[in-house]
Every structure is written in C-alpha cells, then in structure tokens.
Write a protein that binds this ligand. Structure first.
Ligand code: PLP
Length: 452
C-alpha cells in the first residue's frame, strides 16, 4: 500500500467511525464545524446487512476510486462517478466464491441448463415475466450484447435512435459498431422532470433501424410507464426499428415508483425487441462479466446470437448464480437504503448547495444534478473556451466543473455533457455508497462553494 492509499484509508475509516457517532470525519478530527442539516432518515435494518459500513476500495484498481485519484491526485476523498457500488458484496456471493476457490482447478467450465433457469426464475419472481430459458443468450456484459445487436440490425454509418440524456456507454457501443447516434432530446420541465418528445422521436425513428431504450433511464432516473413504453414501441414497430431494451438498472426503483419491463407489453411490441440485463448492477458484480439478453422473437434472437460469442468466467458464473438464487434479501434491504440515500441527497442539496438543483429520480442510484447556475458563476464555459483556444485538449464546461469539484472539494462526479444532447449543464453523482460517504461528498461540495 502506498502512503497516499494509507492516508485515504485513514479518512475513510474516520468517515465510517464518524457516521456511527453521527458526525463527519472532518468534525471528528476537530477541523471545521459541520453545517446544520436535516438528520438522515433513520434506516431500519430488516436483515443483518450493514450498508453503513465504509468499505475501503482505494488501492484495489477500482475505476470508481483509483481512476479518480489517478486523474486528480491525492485530494480525492469521494469517488462518486462510475455506476458501481461501494458496499461489501452480498454474503451469499462471497461465500459461494470462497467455496469454489477450495476446488483448485480453473479449466473450461460447462454452463448447466439450470443457469438459464435461474435467470428465468429471477424474472418470474421479481418482475412477473415468463422467459423461455432457451431464449436467454449469455454475454460477458450488456455492452457486448448491444454491440452484437447493432452489428446485426444497423449497418455501419446508419443512425441509431437514443432518447437523451442517456447512458454515455451507448456512444461507445455505437463506435464499436461503426454506427452513429441519432439523439432525440427529452423535454425537461422547470421541476426537472423528463419526458419523451414523441414528435421528434418519430421523425428520427423513420430513418433508424434500432433504438436503444434505457429503462430505468440512466442518468435521469425515469422509470418508463407502460403507456410511455407502448408509445415508443408502437412508433418503433411502425417504422421497423428494433427496440434494444437495456434494463440493467431495473432493480433500483425509489419509493412509490415502479419498473415496467418492456417485455411485459403487448406481444406484438415485445416481438420487436430484445431485452438486455445482468445481475451486475443489482449486486455490483460489474467486473465479473456476466450478462444476458433474450427475445420472444426467434428470428431476431437467432440473428443476434449468430454475432455473439461469450466465454464466461468460472467465478463470474458462480457469483451471478449465488446472487440470483440467494441474494434477494440483501438486495431488498439495499434498495431501501439507497432510497433513503436519495432522500438525504435531495433535501441536503436543496437546503445547502446554492446554484445546484436536483430532483430525486424514480429509479437508478444516480443523482442528476443541474449545475447550470453554478457553472455560470464560475464561468465554466469561458474557461473551457480559453483553454481550448490555448491549445490544451478540447475542454467543455462540464469538464471544468468536474475539475472544480475534484480539486476544491475532493469529489469526483461525471460530466453531464458525455450523456448526449441535453446533458450540458448537468453532473451525475453516484449515490450507491454508505451514507457517510454521500454526506461527506455533499458537505465538501458545500464547503467549497461557501469558500468561493
Ligand atoms: C444503462 C447501462 N447499460 C449498461 C451498462 C454496462 O453494462 P456491462 O458492464 O454489463 O457491460 C451500464 C453501466 O453503468 C449502464 O448504466
């Protein structure tokens, strides 16, 4: 471990200890008094999972923490970027992996039929949809599945329909398939609510072969209703656009909202779609590299399957299977915890972060922060223009805001401009962390703004 790692470990430990004492690391160390704020909603543990535990990931080559440190240096105290979770894994996953490691042979592994049956059972139990296990195709991630589908339906150079802001990784998938984005910007009202602009959506659908649906939508958090999904599905069917439904965030739904699977719609619409999923978001198994897609339409499925090759790893399969078979109590508990994190972040931002606006999302564990006013205050656009003109790598206003938060608050956020049209003026903040880390990140941002 480097000296830098151990400094950060000390911070994280004190943040964890402070959370138990009801104070932040800074105050515990006798530094600045903390600003008054509403107390976090008390969390009721229905099981024995301690999501308040600050579980240190620094120095493990994690993208979320170590890459932020590599980019901005030692001052990073909260990595709130890439969409994975900071919690200790579900015990059933760790136990299954430990048990498999007692058999010290890692040769080729057969995937038994019961594997697809476990995926089908999970979908039946949690979302009430029936999936034929034979229609499930495994991949090493949602990305490789979507890329295989784009290779199948959308020849190089053709436009692919997206409703934006949307998951930035889709733009990488388009690059891999040599296709181009056709962004249909969503309409956002003064309260921060997003909806589809159906006229624009249909105009673009006429020239596209595929639409990547994000349900729930990363980064805005929309859980699309049956009416919205039907409307999008009908337009796509009318114009022969295949719907690629990425539903990887489907387990994360905030209180009072619901996830509607695209596959639960009218069969005619479902037959024009493939759904992409994984336990990797729900259980934070991102680097285990196991995902799947399925379709009720044998012809679509066979065509994409012909472009898919996935060799899953032993440990990825073991972890996923354990999560699906035994992980529900952990996940149900976690969903409540994350909902409370959302509530905490929403009220804290409203009360303590001038120039930043935020509305709690219906789904995902992501907060989509409107930083437009704040960006103007620091003249982010002017700085970006000056730096670009001076010949440094092209910089945009959100990257300037990112740097500002990283350097002055030690908090790493994702720049909204990478989420397509409509993302400018926003930053994405990952709330899937122990409350103490979320609290510290928000406090540090507040202190940096106050010190301006
Ligand atoms: C909407 C969405 N799709 C796909 C992915 C990545 O999926 P995978 O790691 O399985 O390729 C992410 C990761 O953040 C995501 O948010």
């Amino acid at each position: 471990m480097t000296g830098r790692d151990s400094t950060r470990r000390t911070f994280l430990k004190s943040a964890g200890a402070a959370a138990l004492l009801g104070t932040t690391g800074a105050t515990a160390a006798g530094a600045t008094p903390r600003p008054s704020r509403p107390s976090p909603r008390p969390f009721v543990h229905r099981n024995d999972y301690d999501f308040d535990e600050v579980y240190d990931r620094v120095g493990t080559d994690s993208v979320r923490w170590d890459r932020a440190v590599a980019q901005y240096g030692d001052g990073i105290v909260a990595g709130m970027g890439v969409a994975d979770m900071d919690f200790r894994a579900a015990p059933c996953v760790t136990n299954a992996l430990a048990e498999r490691c007692t058999h010290e042979n890692w040769g080729y592994m057969h995937r038994p039929d019961s594997y697809a049956e476990a995926v089908a059972a999970w979908n039946r139990r949690r979302y009430g949809i029936e999936i034929d296990p034979d229609s499930i195709v495994f991949t090493t991630g949602v990305h490789p599945g979507i890329i295989a589908a784009l290779h199948t339906f959308s020849p190089p150079g053709t436009p692919v329909l997206l409703t934006t802001p949307t998951y930035n990784g889709f733009y990488t998938d388009l690059r891999f398939s040599r296709t181009v984005a056709d962004d249909s910007p969503m309409i956002v009202d003064s309260e921060g609510r997003y909806e589809i602009d159906y006229d624009d959506f249909e105009r673009r659908a006429k020239r596209c072969n595929a639409f990547i649906l994000c349900n729930p939508q990363n980064p805005t958090g929309n859980c699309w209703s049956a009416e919205d999904l039907t409307r999008m599905g009908e337009i796509c069917l009318r114009h022969r656009v295949v719907v690629l439904a990425d539903e990887i965030h489907c387990d994360f739904v905030t209180g009072g909202n619901a996830y509607t699977p695209f596959a639960s719609l009218d069969p005619e619409l479902v037959d024009n779609s493939l759904t992409f999923k994984s336990a990797s978001k729900s259980f934070s198994l991102a680097a285990m590299k196991v995902a799947w897609y399925y379709s009720t339409n044998p012809e679509l499925l066979a065509r994409v399957r012909a472009n898919t090759r996935a060799d899953l790893s032993t440990l990825g399969m073991v972890a996923t299977r354990a999560a699906l078979d035994e992980g529900e109590p952990w996940l149900d508990d976690l969903i409540l915890y994350l909902d409370a994190n959302h509530d905490f972040a929403e009220s804290w931002i409203r009360d303590h972060l001038p120039g930043i606006r935020h509305r709690k999302g219906q789904g995902t564990y992501l907060a989509w922060l409107d930083v437009g006013e704040f960006a103007e205050r620091i003249d982010a656009a002017g700085t970006a223009a000056r730096e670009s003109a001076a010949g440094s790598a092209t910089v945009n206003a959100e990257q300037v805001v990112q740097r500002w938060f990283a350097e002055r608050a030690g908090v790493f956020l994702n720049p909204g401009s990478s989420y397509g049209t409509g993302g400018s003026g926003y930053m994405r903040m990952n709330l899937a962390s122990p409350r103490a880390v979320v609290e510290t990140a928000l406090e540090r941002i507040g202190e940096a703004i106050a010190a301006m």
